[in-house]
Every structure is written in C-alpha cells, then in structure tokens.
Design a protein around this ligand. Sequence first.
Ligand code: G6P
Ligand code: MG
Length: 218
Amino acid sequence: MSSFKACIFDLDGVITDTAHYHYLAWQRLASSVGVVFDQADNDQLKGVGRMESLEYILAKSDRVFSPAEKAVLAHQKNEDYKNLIREISPANILPGIREAFDWLKAERWKIGLASASRNAPQVIRSLGIADVFDYTADAGAIPNGKPAPDIFLDVARAFGLKGDECIGVEDAAAGVAAIKAAGMTAIGIGDASVLREADIILPQTDFLLENGLKLLAG
Ligand code: G6P
Ligand code: MG
C-alpha cells in the first residue's frame, strides 16, 4: 500500500499552459515601463504572486513607483492576462492530466489545488474541472507565498494529512521549494536545471501518471 494519500497540484504550467499567458502579460507590462523581461526572469517569477512579481520587474527600472502607480500596473497586467485566458476551455487541459485525475480518484487519493493565482477559480471553471478538487486553496488567504510552504500545508491540513503523505506537482522552482519545505515529495514538470530540488523531474505532463505518480505509489 502506498503511504501517499493526496496529490496537490499547481495550476499554471501544470494543469494548463496559462504560465505562458502570465509570461506574455508580464513581458508587455515590463516593456510598458521600459524594462527588459526575458525567459530567465520569467523562470524566477513562476509561482510567485502578482504584487511580488511586479516588485521584481519594477526593481529593474531606475524609476521609483508610488503605491498607487503599482496598483494601476498590477491591475493592467491582470486585465491583459484575463483577456488572454478568455477563450480557455476543456481543450486546454495539458496531456496526461485527466488520466492522472482519473487514476487518483480510482486510488481514492485526495486531489488538491495549490495555486498562487487569484484567477485560479475562474481558470478551473473554464477548464471544466472545478469539481475534480477535494480542496482548493484560497491564494488570497495564504500569508506567505511560494517558496514558503504555507499553501501546500494549507491543503494538507484541509485533508487532515501530514506532509509526507502528500505529493506536490509543480512547474516552478519556487513551487518545488514550497513542496519540499512542506515535507512533501515533489514532482517537477519542465526544465531539469530549474527544478533541481524536485524528487522526480519530468519534461512534460504526458509522463505524470506512468513515470511520476505510479512510480512513487510503488
Ligand atoms: C501563479 C503563476 C504566476 C502568477 C501568480 C499570480 O503562481 O505561476 O505566474 O503571477 O500565480 O497570479 P494572479 O492570477 O493572481 O495574478
Ligand atoms: Mg506554475
């Protein structure tokens, strides 16, 4: 019998490719304030909350921005992002994710969502998978963002489970760090050089069930 009882998913870049839309919107925001924003910057920001991400970008500018200006910029990025995700549908679920959900349900593991995005509830509704999750963390109610373990621990607590009974799935370095800090086992999806800390690293979601979950379940 497996010692794992729950799988806790990140959303953007794991369940669907919205990580790319966040990147596009941040890139446009950065360019509007004269800051260059590339793939390496984006890797730093994956999994990081909206205001912290904005601060990272504005720190590259030689201008100082007032709190009011920052609020406008954050709103602008979010409106841009919301436009980009308007057409999202169940067809945007990444390969292998549905199979992973079906297997987890059949094995009677809990399925959790630990996304830092305030848009997560809307995205999972658009994908038609809101009812898959036994618990969805409320990003707005979590004190410390990834790489702090808080959001993953919140989901484990809701399930009445200890960290070592949970697997977390992430595409972000900050997310993998959060899973490990929560005492959980981490599956990283994406670039091995970015996700070094993960227990298992898979290049894409197709491999999640056979080479990730089933392997760990033993
Ligand atoms: C996730 C994404 C980040 C995004 C953050 C906040 O962690 O990986 O790219 O910036 O959520 O998202 P939000 O939709 O609340 O601006
Ligand atoms: Mg992500």
